[in-house]
Every structure is written in C-alpha cells, then in structure tokens.
Design a binder for this molecule. Structure first.
Ligand SMILES: Cc1ncc(COP(=O)(O)O)c(C=O)c1O
Length: 414
C-alpha cells in the first residue's frame, strides 16, 4: 500500500464523515435537482436555509435570459486568462462596478477566493505586516500563507482578537515592519456579525495602516443601496481596498477587487491567481451584470425586504429561546454547542424538508457547533414559519433550547 493510501485510511479528517456515512446521517454534498431555495433531492422537496443568494436574484428571469443571450456571442469559456482573453463585457462591467461601489477602478477575477489571494500576494512583501482578524475566511488565510512562504518577500503575519480594535491597536503598535495591511471581513459568514469597522478606521488612520475589507457577505445586504458595509456606516473614501464576490448577492460566480487605479494596475500585472487562471466566462458575467441592472433600479427596496424578513426570523428565534451567538445580521447561526446536537437537528429538519447545514469542528471551535441559517429575500413567511416550528420542536427534543447534555443515546450515537 502506498503512503498515500495509508494516509487516506488513517486520516483524522475522514473519521467523522465515514461514521456519518455508515449511519446514514452524512449531511454534505446533497445533490440539488434544480437551483433556487426550493429544490428537490432524490425527488424530495427541500427548502434551503444555508444559501448565500441573499437577494434571491439568482433565478430572476432577466438574469437567466442575460446569461443565455451571452452564450451565443461568447460561448462558455474564453480559453485563456484575462491577460489575453478579456471581453468587452469584462471592461464594461468593471467600469460599472467601480461607479456603483464608488471606487476609482474595479478588477474582475474568476472567483472571490482568487481575488483575495491575488490581492494579498500582490500587496504584501518583506516590508509589510499583514494583520488579520483571528476568524478570517480561508481565502484571507491562504493568501497570507502563500505570501509568507514566498522566498525573500515574506511579510510578517499577526492576528488580532476577533473584531477587537484594542487588540488590533496592540498589534499595530508592536509590529516589526513599516507597512501595515489590516484585513477583515464586512460580515462574518459563520457568526453573522458585522466588522467593528468604525473603530478599525479610527485605529488604522492613527497608525497609518491600510485597510482591506472582504465584503463578500455585506455586498447586496448592507447599506441602503446594498453596496456594503462602507455605505452602511457612511465610511465612503476611508477604506481604500475592498474584495467581493458575485457568488452571493450577485447570483453568479466571480471575484471583484475595488481600489485606486494604482492598486488595480499593480494587482492585474502581478496577481498570480489572476494572471494564471482562466477568465470568468461571459455568460456568468452577463448574469452578474443583469443583477447589477436590478440593483441600480430597485436595490433599496430589495435590501429592505431582506432586512424585514431577517427581523421577523430573528425576533421569532429569540422568542423561542435560541442562542444566535454574536450575530447581528441576516446570517443567524442556531448555536447547538455540541457535535451530535447539530447533526441530529440537521437530520431531523432535513427529513421534514428543511435544510440547514451543521457547522462543526474544524469549521468552528469545539463547543461552537451550530446550524447554518441564512435568511434571504427569497424566503416566504411560510418557509420561515415551517422552519421555526421544526426548530422549536427539535430544539426541545435534542436539548438545544435547554442546553442540557444529550447524554448517552446509543441508537443515535455517531
Ligand atoms: C468571506 C468570504 N470571502 C471570500 C469568499 C470567496 O468567494 P467565492 O465564492 O467567489 O470564491 C467567500 C465565499 O465563501 C467568503 O465567505
């Protein structure tokens, strides 16, 4: 047996998935038969509560029509990277996005993950300290680790306590390199809390640190027009670099960098994840562009509708007695604080046609296990009421509401 087979057989990462599969309670990779919040799996109707289609525009007829029309002109691939395979559609969309978000320039990547990795690697060098929130998304960590592993260019890497401006300030004061790049997220996707951005701006301005905000989950959900956390807190012009994605409110896939002409120019000529990976296909871009049309005309009403639904869900969940952790947005994790409780809740809900994926270690720390619950504009009151009834009864049955220990339940034990 090769060492690879040996590694596979003994991998600690596969222990829980294998046990879950054996017991028929494996919660991941369920194949949807259509897109949208209301789908089927093996013919069984399922309402999804862990989607990032926050404004419910992915399946808007105009969005799908735009993608179909683009297929005729540009097919589904450009057969190379942006350097030699840029379409007029990319250039036009970059100009529109820069205007809509209020930045000098925009750059479209193939995914948000690549946008973050590439931006960090283009900006960081041996004169830089990268300063990260300790709950940063994988794309921020991976960009940082790649930069840190680059010969003769490695930046210093420091972490501050989640959302703490005091911890951030301590690190800014004691950093070893002259240039500080502070990276944080507008909205944290697992906890649903917004960045403490007003205090961060103050601290960063005092220490002449540059801020880079990953607003993947704030785009389309925060600010009156939906442009994100900067608009929400009226901080226009104070955060020089933003990374975002089309894979959530923009109903498609694609990454986005917003910044000055100089920053975009540097990144487009140095970011390896941009230069050495294929161009975002135009039909996908056309879908995102149709979403931008809708946001330009109806953005404020759509964002308000999302917030109304999120307010309803939050007040009902709180009334029932659920712990929503530190969430203060439409992302409201149902904290179970136990691996089996999260898994059993997921299975019980799923059997009743409601899907909330369990998030467990290593996605979150042990003791912070939860169900992922994202409210979107596409959810109806009936969807939410059904989910609430199920959560209430199974929350009681599995002691999520009481917090009591689940105890030995051999028949249900993983
Ligand atoms: C905070 C954050 N940043 C970046 C990304 C990556 O975006 P994409 O799906 O476009 O690669 C995600 C998506 O999971 C995210 O949650």
């Amino acid at each position: 047996m090769s060492w690879v087979e040996d590694k596979v057989n003994n991998s600690p990462f596969l222990k829980a998935p294998r046990q879950a599969r054996e017991q028929g309670v494996y919660p991941l990779f369920r194949p949807f038969e259509t897109s949208g919040l209301h789908t089927t799996v093996n013919g069984k109707p399922i309402t999804i509560f862990c989607s990032n289609d926050y404004l419910g525009l992915t399946n808007h007829p105009k969005v799908k029509e735009a993608a179909k029309a683009a297929v005729d002109r540009f097919a589904c691939g450009m057969s190379s990277s942006r350097l030699q395979a840029t379409a007029t559609a990319h250039v036009e969309m970059e100009e529109r996005l820069a205007r809509w978000f209020g930045f000098e320039e925009a750059l479209i990547f193939t995914t948000g993950y690549q946008a973050m990795v590439g931006t960090i690697m283009s900006l960081a060098d041996q004169d830089t300290t990268l300063i990260l929130d300790n709950l940063s998304h994988a794309c921020i960590l991976d960009g940082t680790f790649l930069a840190a592993g680059t010969p003769r260019q490695a930046p210093e890497v420091r972490f501050f306590n989640h959302n703490s401006s005091r911890s951030l300030e301590r690190i800014l004061k004691t950093r070893q390199r002259k240039n500080a790049l502070v990276i944080f997220e507008g909205v944290y996707s697992l906890d649903g809390d917004m960045a403490n951005i007003v205090e961060f701006v103050d601290v960063c301005e005092r220490y002449e640190a540059v801020m880079l905000c990953d607003d993947a989950h704030g785009t389309g959900t925060l600010g009156k027009r939906g442009t994100g956390i900067i608009e929400h807190f009226g901080l226009e012009g104070r955060i020089p670099i933003v990374v975002s994605t089309f894979s959530k409110s923009f109903g498609a896939i694609g990454g986005l960098l917003l910044g000055s002409h100089g920053v975009v120019d540097l990144v487009k000529h140095t970011a390896r994840s941009f230069m050495f990976s294929a161009t975002l296909p135009v039909p996908v871009l056309a879908a995102a562009s149709a979403v931008l049309d809708i946001l330009e005309s109806d953005g404020p009403a759509l964002v308000e509708e999302l917030h109304e639904k999120a307010r309803y869900m939050r007040s009902r969940l709180t009334e029932i007695g659920f712990d929503l952790g530190i969430s203060n947005t439409h992302i409201m994790p149902v904290m179970c604080r136990d691996f089996r409780k999260a898994l059993f809740m997921h299975i019980a809900l799923y059997e009743n046609g409601v899907m909330m994926v369990p998030v467990v270690y290593p996605g979150v720390k042990e003791g912070e296990e939860r169900l992922r619950l994202n409210i979107t504009r596409g959810h109806t009151k009936q969807d939410m009421d059904k989910a609430l009834d199920l959560l209430a009864s199974y929350g009681e049955a599995f002691f999520v509401l009481s917090g009591e220990d689940l105890g030995p339940m051999e028949s249900m034990q993983l």
